[in-house]
Write a protein that binds this ligand. Sequence first.
Ligand code: ADP
Ligand code: MG
Length: 682
Amino acid sequence: MNLDQPLNKLPFTKAATVYRMKKLGLATFWDLINYFPFRYENYSLISPIAKIQPGENVTLKGVITKTAMGITKRGLKTQQVVIDDGSGSINLVWYNQPYLLKILKPGFLISVAGQVSDYFFRRQFTPSEYEILKFPSQPTIHTGRIVPIYPETQGLSSKTIREKIFYILSNLKNKPEEFLPEKILLDNQLFLEFEAYKKIHFPQSMKEIEPARHRLSFDELFLIQLSAALTKKKWQKEKASFLYSFTENCKKKLENFIARLPFELTNSQKKAWQEIFDDLNRTFPMNRFLQGDVGAGKTVVAAIASYYTFLNHYQTLFMAPTEILAEQHYQIISNLLKKEGVKIALITGSKKPASNINDYDLIIGTHALISKNLQFHRVGLVIIDEQQRFGVQQRLMLQNKGVNPHLLTMTATPIPRTVALTLYGELDLSTIDELPKGRIPVKTYLVPKEKRDDCYNWIKKKINQEKIQIFIICPLIEESEKETMASVKAAKKEYQFLKENVFTNFNLGLLHGRLRAKEKTKLMNDFKEGRIDILIATSVVEVGIDIPNATVMIIEAAERYGLAQLHQLRGRIGRGNKQAFCFLFTEKTDERIIARLNFFAKNNNGSKIAEYDLHTRGPGEIFGVKQHGYINLKIASLSDFSLINKTKKTVNFFLNKYSELIDQPKIKNRLQIYNFEAVSRD
Ligand code: ADP
Ligand code: MG
């Protein structure tokens, strides 16, 4: 038996079980042992029935003397089984599991585990786990030990998962060979790999769990970073399709262009541009990730890079996640670059340039740009805005078209630097970590329920006096990236309500993801040009939208968002030079929720906010549940900065000292799991 086998090779396993495992992304034995428990029950105390104490977690072993069906006062069916172990007997009771009486027969020896309740102490016991034993000394799986509890999803019980993992771990003929060199094991005081697998699933004592978890977390972070480092090395051996040269002419034009921008670049922007510029002058393609808080000014940096590409007579493809954003970029960048002679085209689902696309120097559009049957002849640079990471597939698609351009990915998702370096290790990272001068931080308030009407009245006055505009963000119904019908319905209801009862004298608009592109664009234009005072929107309000006159935002049911998401929403306002206000509403009174929202209200720094959420709620909150392009860690924690640093150092050490090991099957096999080239994470 080896670990590469598919799960349908598991004996005594129903096809439905294999199917359900597949739905969890588990295909092989190896995958299954990498499905980890999230907690344990300690049932290792095996007690004589006569000696049990209230409150105890125990295992009882005895022979079944009697079984019967019972019924509670409320009409619930119970299954009653009496067992005897010589020291005494006890009545076991299950609720509503009639099939049990077909399995548990008088004369059978069974082992049961659970907590002894105070109330039924010594008269009755409700087991959490049971198993039938063929002989008294048979090793137990679900009782009589520390029992792992697995996340139950897709109709798979923790018990089934436990049983299958137990089978695999106890029947492996060849233990998988340790893949880490001994020196690394010793220096980091790590359990052997296979020991760690055994102990994370079936620890002999609670003390073994932490070191086992540590070893496996170490592996995960180490392999992710090693894989990224290898990808990066490989990338650096490639040749960019087109080489840039920084001529005197270029230099002059570029300097003039930067000097003529409507504002002076911040130091952060200058530094980011310098890093991009250095990359563009190399022979291998750039693969850079530009991170910057909302409103930090990434677009202008992208525009400079496009201009430099133009000066070298190459094309830039600039991709935005949505049509609205593509149009916005088109307008803003056209303002900056058209007078420099750059020919700019916009390609979206509804818009196409009349002439040959290869007549243009800068082509702005949605992702359709690369998937469409467009043939570009001289693409030097590809810029992708508001994207976690450049999709592996998209990159391959470009290579298939025979282009190997420089790549710049930009995002405003606030990620602590340490985390970014781990998750995006194959990319070079630039960070714009200061906001342009004169930007006034948004004032954020958590508004108590009873002040809602005051808040609405304040807003009405504000619109009348200052002609400002408002966003109202409707509650997020489902934590998924795509909005559901439910969210749309809620938004429609809110819109009707506000229109008829609250903001009767104002122009309201409703924006949600189910609108057609044309309708959306029209709405956004109406809002931009002031024909709409209040825009009610679902949380899909496009990231990156730039409407300086919108200075107030209301966020309903704010507790449903991760703080980083809230921060991105809030980033839609406060982009001009007026004081902006963000009002958070919540119906919840839970202290922790209030504390989180108050932290958010008091802080304006994206990465600080992200770090807070990372520590208090885990990484899921930062990236959203189904965000693209981030690795779902199986066991390691992204908030364990010290382990991240340790593994990072180990990667460097490994590459210096043991790089020849990379070609060996056992480490290759481990690396494959995290292989950025082979495995698409989109
Ligand atoms: P983001 O980084 O979120 O994409 P944008 O590029 O949309 O931010 O920039 C936000 C706003 O800040 C834009 O209106 C832009 O013109 C302005 N801006 C960018 N850089 C500066 C700067 N150095 N000084 C003043 N305003 C700037
Ligand atoms: Mg932007």
